[in-house]
Design a protein around this ligand. Structure first.
Ligand code: CXF
Ligand code: ZN
Length: 368
């Protein structure tokens, strides 16, 4: 079948919207008519050649759409179901067996290799294969093929266009708070970086009534937005020393910190801002050679902890519907982060995301 897709053809260059071909779904695959897809920082990292995903590629990994067709072996969803497509996993390794699927032992090949596990591609143009199956979906396209492990059924009574970002960026921020760090009522929590992940973390901390929620960012407009979404305090580290401020606000330091930037100096500050027995989560994808350091005595003597977090340690079949319920209850207004763009304008969406004009761009497919 012919589909419309945004192709990353050359490193660092804009996407090119073209017609290509998609195969029929195999017996263990699901064909989804894509309605909208969020743009995530990871799509841009891959476009920029910082991961070994081969180009030309159809990227996109926050897809939302309607099931069009299923292979004979599919029972989880049926044509007509509303779904989002999340990260892929193998389903059989020790992590997957233990429901820790974001730590799938095959996370990298299943999400970044850009092919089915047998090496084949579901996408081609004039007979030449194009990298497909990015995060088990490649959803910058009018149709995408996914599988039972990364498809999540969502209710049909909520605007589907909004839901794609729940499948990566928003579940990463909210899940880091609710699943990984397990921030709860009365806790103090500080987040470094107020992009879509950081702001989702703030909304989640607010939803569970953390008492002190501190947002740290150099951008005053973002700090104002963070406040409107539940931050109790904001700090601009270009104006004041953030560690000193956090110690002043909390007394002993924060019980929980979350770095969303992946910047070593920021992570150092996040660890230094922890109270004794406090935990710092890190989730930024900063490239394969980045190393971090912090003071050994301070870290050890306070029993402090550092935790790597992928995809908010989410079990998406459970967590995404939970986030939708919180949204419907008015406790998780993630729609405030989203701006919609026509699919044809995907490069404008990317530009606005990179300049900070838009927090979470979502590209919507033409109706026909
Ligand atoms: C990524 C972030 C870096 C680690 C792998 C998962 N998440 C999606 O954008
Ligand atoms: Zn992502």
């Amino acid at each position: 079948m012919k589909i419309l897709a945004a192709i990353a053809r050359e490193t660092g260059k804009p996407f090119s919207v073209e017609h290509i071909e998609i195969e029929e779904p195999r017996q263990d695959e699901i064909l989804v008519k894509v309605v909208a897809t969020g743009v995530c920082h990871t799509d841009l990292v891959v476009r920029d050649g910082m991961m070994p995903t081969p180009l030309p590629a159809v990227l996109g990994h926050e897809g939302a759409g309607i099931v069009e067709k299923v292979g004979a072996g599919i029972s989880k969803v049926k044509p007509g179901d509303h779904v989002v497509m999340t990260f892929n996993s193998c389903g059989t390794c020790p992590s997957c067996k233990n429901h820790d699927i974001s730590y799938c032992h095959e996370f990298f090949p299943r999400n970044f290799e850009g092919a089915r596990s047998d090496g084949s591609s579901a996408l081609s143009q004039d007979g030449t294969p194009i990298t497909s199956n990015f995060f088990g979906q490649s959803s910058f396209a009018s149709y995408a093929i996914c599988n039972e492990l990364n498809v999540v059924k969502v209710p049909a009574d909520i605007k589907l266009e909004l839901l794609g970002p729940l499948a990566c960026g928003i579940q990463t921020g909210a899940g880091s708070v609710l699943n990984a760090l397990q921030v709860s009522q009365g806790d103090s929590f500080v987040v470094f970086g107020t992009g879509s992940v950081g702001l989702s973390a703030i909304m989640a901390a607010s939803a569970v009534s953390a008492t002190t929620i501190i947002a740290v960012d150099m951008n005053d407009d973002r700090l104002a937005l963070a406040k409107s979404l539940g931050a109790t305090h904001t700090i601009n580290p270009s104006k004041v020393n953030s560690t000193e401020e956090i110690l002043k606000i909390t007394g002993y330091g924060a019980k929980f910190a979350l770095d969303t930037t992946g910047i070593p100096a920021v992570i150092k500050g996040a660890v230094e801002s922890l109270a004794p027995k406090g935990t710092c989560g890190i989730l930024g994808a900063s490239g394969p050679d980045t190393e971090i350091s912090f003071n050994e005595t301070h870290f050890m003597s306070g029993g402090r902890r550092l935790m790597g977090i992928v995809e908010g340690e989410s079990n998406p079949d459970v967590f995404i519907p939970e986030l939708i319920r919180l949204y419907q209850a008015g406790k998780f207004p993630f729609d405030k982060l989203i701006k919609m763009y026509d699919f044809q304008d995907i490069n404008q969406a990317v530009e606005d995301s990179e300049s900070g004009v838009t927090i979470k761009p979502v590209v919507t497919m033409p109706a026909a």
